[in-house]
Design a protein around this ligand. Structure first.
Ligand SMILES: [Zn+2]
Length: 318
């Protein structure tokens, strides 16, 4: 999802804890990349700068990378290195998936149950995400299934980043061996990947977290509301892109627990409304027929807030 909006480059949400959550996940992923590259370099005895002091233990022993003196990596060592990279990425995956999916749902749910003022200011450090109790908030089996499938989906996307990372590192080492590159060149080639890997991490963690926070927020809205029809109003950041200004900002939509059979819209009391529901996404859709979905673009900082039609009448002075 490209960013069309230049405003608010740093903040993804008007709510402090969401920014904290996404920042800390990105930081974690970036540190993992650094740790992985450092460990691969140190196990291959590739050095240019000081090695990271706390390389993971799974990288045991040294592998001699010295193709120029006729000592290329042996097959056995090669397998060991591959296995170590795989193991390392698997451990990271578990952490990232949990934070991008279940933790994000729970954060969305907690935020929904706070006042708007509190929601804006409360930092993540004051929120406990460790013991989610979705059933206590009224989540149904149907909602729990959505959390489970979201978790699986985050896992698939994150596995994609991991596979790409592993392939990249392996091909650099193999190419280096094949081309008889000097160790410092291979070292450089490996570190040149850092930015690319982090960009992949960012894209996935940011999108997945934001979607799942929104889903947790919407489900909680549905399950805690007494209204017959739950209406919501779209909010966007000042300077949001034309799409978000047109499709989300100030839109009154109706929140349903399932997609309507009629497509994206429903008629309520003779009036047509765009419907939103937990899990609604533009995945697989062409930008030309995008649905009204939050988040559309991370930096447009779009949000839904509950809206009462009676209030509308009152404001109009009817
Ligand atoms: Zn936008």
């Amino acid at each position: 999802m490209e960013t069309l909006c230049k405003a608010n480059k740093k903040e993804l949400s008007p709510y402090k804890s969401i920014n904290d959550h996404i920042d800390s996940l990105e930081k974690y992923a970036k540190e993992s990349t650094k740790l992985l590259l450092n460990s691969v370099c140190s196990v291959l005895e590739l050095k240019l700068k000081k090695a990271h002091p706390d390389g993971p233990l799974i990288f045991g022993g040294k592998i001699i990378y010295n193709p120029r003196t006729g000592k290329p990596i042996k097959n056995k060592e090669w397998d060991r290195l591959e296995e170590a990279i795989r193991k390392f990425l698997k451990i990271e995956k578990k952490q990232v998936v949990k934070r991008a999916s279940k933790d994000s749902y729970w954060l969305g749910s907690i935020l929904k149950r706070m006042s708007l003022e509190k929601r804006k200011k409360t930092p993540l450090s004051s929120i406990d995400l460790s013991k989610p109790d979705f059933a206590a908030v009224g989540f149904k089996d149907y909602d729990q299934d959505l959390i489970n499938v979201s978790e699986r989906l985050s896992g698939i996307y994150i596995q994609g980043v991991n596979d790409k990372t592993r392939n990249k590192l392996q091909s650099i080492i193999a190419e280096g061996t094949k081309q008889k590159k000097y160790p410092h060149q291979v070292f450089q080639d490996l570190w040149d990947q850092e930015e690319d890997i982090n960009r992949d991490w960012d894209r996935v963690t940011r999108t997945e977290s934001a979607y799942n926070i929104n889903n947790g927020y919407l489900i909680t809205t549905l399950r805690t509301s007494d209204e017959e029809h739950v209406f919501m109003k779209g909010l966007s950041a000042p300077g949001a892109c034309p799409y978000c200004n047109r499709m989300i900002k100030d839109q009154i939509v109706v929140l349903l627990s399932e997609p309507p059979k009629t497509g994206e819209t429903v008629v309520i009391k003779g009036k047509k409304y765009i419907a939103i529901w937990p899990g609604k996404s533009n995945y697989g859709r062409n930008p030309k027929n995008y649905w009204t979905v939050n988040p559309m673009h991370p930096y447009c900082r779009c949000n839904w807030t509950e809206w009462y039609l009676e209030l509308e009448k009152y404001l109009k002075g009817e």
